[in-house]
Design a protein around this ligand. Structure first.
Ligand SMILES: Cc1ncc(COP(=O)(O)O)c(C=O)c1O
Length: 402
């Protein structure tokens, strides 16, 4: 059996040698920072650069006209990835803005409740605080269960007629936890409550199907598990439940000025977009979405889980290292604490060896890390292009620095 076939078998059907050859960054770095920004494929890089070049050569508007089919193709490609309709997708420059566009378009009144989880992302929580201060809405943090995921029984007890929104992060920035998004969605749907899911770290990493999950809005970034260009992302808005929600911002792309004193808003999710955008990025993210669709999210998730579990097993053998991931289901983000070490110093020392990891701090998830008494954690996040040999090398490098 050839090595590639053996490798293919070991990698759940993914052709690892080909994936690595198609990822230029693999030749330069041991990249364990997919949760920060993953390495893009050559195809994505070429598509993005080609459009930038075309803009420089023939003019930006003319390049957009020439690339019309690819630009339009963004919507069905991304929709397919999450089981949505093309009309339910808006291109947005990052996950935070996509999330904001949904959240700030809601009309909160005094006494309305926003239900969220302990591991919520900081930017989202800051927005809850701002809206609560301005409108008199109330934030309710549903506690975790014994696995560190949202306590579904507590959620069921808490959700009530005052609840205007249920909003959680599917996979937090600071660990491997995968929230039971589908079970949460069932509770939200049964209660008739709008459900906003921050899927920034989950789309591209694991199967995400908006109908199974039952979310009304879902926000995603391009550069992380989707392996798209930086400065890209998207918002999903379910047509059946959000069509009446008018975006917080409108411009002459989202709406049409029909009379001196009148306008009509677009009736698809593109009403959340604005006119100017990173066109090369739209094309790059389309190509990245196509690649995920081609590889299959099932094999990607199987491979990421296998790599991450293997990394956790290896790290557990190191003295002074404690794993800090929560959850019944754990994904590709591996976090750990090192006794007596300055995690930022450790990250920098690894970077000097061309090994990329990051540090998650209370800055990005205050409630969760604070409650666990963790100031920060080391974060090593795998993607399909990583190998078992890289994990061995990484763990040996950490051990040498202890
Ligand atoms: C869970 C989660 N939500 C939102 C964001 C913000 O994404 P972006 O930087 O694309 O706005 C992040 C980034 O790390 C994240 O991890």
């Amino acid at each position: 059996m050839s090595t590639i076939i053996q490798q293919k078998k070991a990698d759940g059907g993914l052709d690892l040698a080909h994936l690595r050859a198609e990822t230029p960054g693999c030749a330069h770095v041991l990249h364990l920072n997919a949760a920060g920004s993953a390495l893009p494929s050559q195809r994505t890089l070429d598509a993005t650069l080609d459009h930038l070049k075309l803009e420089a050569e023939i003019g930006g508007y003319e390049a957009a006209a020439m690339a019309r089919d690819e630009l339009e193709g963004f919507y069905p490609s991304v929709a397919r990835l999450i089981g949505a309709q093309s009309e339910e997708i808006a291109f947005v420059e990052n996950a935070t803005r996509a999330w904001d566009l949904a959240f700030y378009s809601l009309d909160f009144k005094p006494g309305d409740r926003i239900l969220t989880c302990v591991s919520e992302y900081s930017s989202n929580y800051i927005s809850y605080l701002q809206v609560a201060r301005k409108t008199g809405a109330e934030i309710v943090v549903v506690p975790d269960d014994e696995h560190g995921q949202i306590d579904l029984a507590a959620l069921e007890r808490t959700i009530d007629t005052r609840t205007k929104l249920l909003s959680i992060s599917h996979v937090p920035t600071q660990g491997g936890l995968v929230q039971p998004a589908e079970a949460v969605g069932k509770i939200a749907n049964d209660a008739g409550v709008l459900y906003l899911l921050d899927a920034c770290q989950s789309v591209g990493q694991l199967p995400v199907d908006v109908d199974r999950i039952g979310c009304d809005f879902l926000s995603v970034t391009g550069r992380k598990y989707m392996r798209g260009p930086r400065g890209t992302g998207f918002l999903y808005a379910r047509r059946a439940t959000t069509a009446d929600i008018e975006p917080v911002f409108l411009d002459n792309h989202a709406a049409k000025w029909t009379d001196d004193n009148a306008y009509t808003t677009r009736d698809d999710a593109r009403r959340f977009e604005n006119w100017e955008r990173y066109f090369a990025g739209v094309i790059g993210l389309k190509v990245a979405a196509d690649q995920i669709n081609e590889l299959g999210i099932g094999p990607i998730w199987a491979r990421l889980s296998e790599l991450a579990d293997g990394l956790r097993r290896r790290l557990a053998t190191l003295k002074g290292v404690s794993l800090t991931d929560l959850g019944k289901v754990k994904g590709g983000i591996v976090t750990f604490a090192v006794d007596g070490a300055q995690h930022a110093g450790l990250r920098d020392a690894l970077r000097r060896q061309a090994i990329n990891v990051s540090v998650s701090t209370q800055f990005s998830s205050r409630l969760d890390l604070q409650r666990r008494g963790l100031r920060d954690v080391m974060r090593a996040s795998v993607h399909v292009y990583n190998t078992e040999q890289e994990l061995d090398r990484f763990v040996a490098a950490v051990e040498a620095l202890l």
